[in-house]
Design a protein around this ligand. Structure first.
Ligand code: ZN
Length: 166
């Protein structure tokens, strides 16, 4: 349950109201009992410091996500957000890292599905751990890795055609 101070749109008076889930959003019109009017009236949540802080936090989160989406688009990568992580998919690979923490651990989806040392199922491996990097630097790293992989693949093709007797 949450308590909110709400302003009556008829009389302008304030009411302390309780809400159950789903909780109302700031700006939403709510029909509740106004103690000044003595009846149900349309009301809106009053801006308080707590609500202002919540809105700022929500805005900062949206801005951060949008900046990652835009930076991925620059390279033609797609991304999706899962809990505290972002999953980035490039034409040749998939990656995951926590996007809030200043120190990032980057996981790379392995093409080899088994860890040879342990015999365990190895879906991902760590590319690096707990490294202080911005999200942009991590995405640059992914792009550089893709480029390297692309060059390696081309080198391989070139070597094969060299040894091809035909
Ligand atoms: Zn009222």
């Amino acid at each position: 349950m949450r308590q909110h101070i709400c302003t009556c749109l008829l009389c302008g008076g304030q009411n302390h109201l309780s809400f159950e889930e789903p909780y109302p959003q700031f700006g939403q019109q709510l029909v509740r009992f106004c103690r000044h009017c003595g009846k149900d009236t349309p009301q809106t949540m009053t801006m308080t410091r707590k609500i202002a802080a919540e809105l700022r936090k929500k805005k900062a989160e949206e801005d951060l996500k949008q900046s990652i989406v835009s930076y991925c688009q620059k390279y033609g990568f797609t991304c999706r957000f899962l809990y505290e992580s972002v999953i980035i998919t490039t034409p040749v690979s998939s990656w995951q890292f926590p996007y809030h923490a200043p120190r990032k651990t980057l996981r790379h989806e392995s093409t080899v599905k088994i860890n040879f040392a342990t015999g365990d199922y190895a879906k991902t491996h760590e590319q690096f751990s707990n490294r202080k990097m911005t999200c942009e630097e991590v995405i640059d790293y992914i792009a550089a890795h893709d480029e390297w992989r692309q060059r390696e693949a081309e080198k391989h093709v070139a070597e094969e055609s060299k040894t091809d007797p035909a």
